[in-house]
Design a protein around this ligand. Structure first.
Ligand SMILES: C[S@@+](CC[C@H](N)C(=O)[O-])C[C@H]1O[C@@H](n2cnc3c(N)ncnc32)[C@H](O)[C@@H]1O
Length: 227
């Protein structure tokens, strides 16, 4: 009889998470560096920022530190995992930074200047992506922006295979071959990447204008603004 498949979860992963994601996603630090440094161009008198799928809150804290001199700033980190939010609250909450445990599907956004949506929508279905992107469009202030990073599937299946092979090779700097295989098996069906073309259609359908800022293997980082 086969053993039950152990599925990937972010629950109780807060102590390992920051190092793990850095070693798993090529271009992770660069995407964050660009988004943090671009964010100053999208602020207003009363700046509201969401970090969607904030995990440990480490990057949410970076957003806060970069903009903390603003007169009016509210940074809200949101994650579905209670253990992540407890960790973030203990370590990084302050007068201007709050963390909230919530499913993005259920959340009503305030009028917002900037959404950070970094490597989170990979875990949502097409329908959830569409529903949440529509809500974000409605709540985004004129002149606001979304920083959006996602793993995509290449249109060309041979290229897709090659990119995945190179990604696995790249990860071997930090993980053993069996760790890489184990994660691939655990995350199958949990991570739900869509084709690049479908993602572009989704942006268009929800009304966003997209600019691809960085592409590293299958990881795309976009700046989305209102059309
Ligand atoms: C790969 S991590 C991204 C972390 C962070 N954005 C970063 O760039 O370091 C994805 C996070 O999204 C959260 N998440 C997944 N689905 C969610 C949902 N429906 N609502 C809220 N958070 C969700 C997970 O719990 C996890 O912490």
């Amino acid at each position: 009889m086969r053993n039950k498949r152990h599925l990937w979860s972010f629950k109780n992963f807060e102590n390992q998470f920051d190092k793990h994601i850095l070693n798993s996603i090529p271009g992770y630090s660069e995407s964050w560096w660009y988004s943090i440094n671009l964010s100053k161009s999208f602020i207003s008198n009363k700046t509201v920022i969401y970090d969607l799928g904030c995990s440990t809150g480490k990057k949410t804290n970076l957003i806060y530190k970069n903009l903390k001199d603003l007169k009016s700033l509210e940074v809200i980190g949101v994650d579905i995992e209670k253990s992540m939010i407890n960790y973030a609250n203990k370590k990084y909450s302050n007068k201007q930074t709050k963390f909230k445990k919530c499913n993005l599907d259920k959340l009503n956004f305030k009028k917002t200047n900037i959404f950070f949506c970094m490597f989170t929508f990979n875990f949502l279905s097409r329908e959830e992506r569409f529903k949440i992107l529509k809500k974000m469009y409605k709540s985004l202030k004129e002149g606001g922006a979304i920083f959006y990073a996602d793993k995509v599937i290449d249109e060309n299946s041979s290229v897709e295979v090659l990119l995945n092979q190179i990604h696995s090779l790249w990860k071997q700097n930090k993980f053993s071959a069996s760790q890489i295989l184990q994660k691939q098996e655990q995350i199958r069906g949990i991570m739900q990447p869509i084709k690049e073309n479908e993602l572009n259609k989704l942006f268009k359908k929800t009304g966003f204008k997209k600019n691809l800022i960085l592409k590293n293997l299958n990881f795309n980082f976009y700046l989305l603004t209102k059309n």
